[in-house]
Design a protein around this ligand. Structure first.
Ligand code: ZN
Length: 146
């Protein structure tokens, strides 16, 4: 994967391989500041962890929230994603004023509402479209490199 990214992205690609380390506590320390890690069960993907910055009332939501980006439904977790958005909405009350989504620009809590609205427009059509997608393990190679 590393060499694939280097080849595909050229000078914009990674220059070294960084292996993630397992966290021993639900937080990170960056330059003396503790950042909280908030884990969510299956949502857009099988595992979602967000970084909460309480001093900024900000949440780095990873791919739990998108802003003006096509939803990634390939992993077929639409129902659980909707459930996680409800949980996120509850978590965010009085805690979060800015969400930095995994895709798109930062925004306020309306990003959650907007995403729920998009999914609610036609959940049956979204489910049907999701079922037509190949499972994540069976995408043609050409699709993986787009
Ligand atoms: Zn993503």
């Amino acid at each position: 994967m590393f060499s694939l990214l280097q080849k595909k992205l050229g000078r914009e690609g990674p220059t070294r391989l960084v292996i993630p380390e397992v966290l021993t506590e639900p937080g990170l320390h960056v330059e003396g500041t503790k950042l909280d890690i908030v884990e969510f069960a299956e949502g857009e993907s099988k595992h979602i962890a967000c970084v909460y910055l309480p001093f900024m009332k900000a949440l780095l939501s990873a791919d739990l929230v998108y802003n003006n980006a096509h939803l990634h439904l390939q992993e077929r977790h639409l129902e659980s994603w909707l459930a996680r958005l409800d949980e996120l909405e509850e978590f965010a009350k009085n805690r979060v004023s800015t969400i930095c989504p995994g895709h798109g620009t930062a925004g306020d809590l309306r990003l959650i509402c907007r995403l729920l609205q998009i999914c609610a427009i036609s959940p049956r059509r979204l489910r049907a479209a999701t079922q037509k997608l190949p499972s994540s393990g069976s995408w043609p190679n050409t699709w993986n490199t787009v």
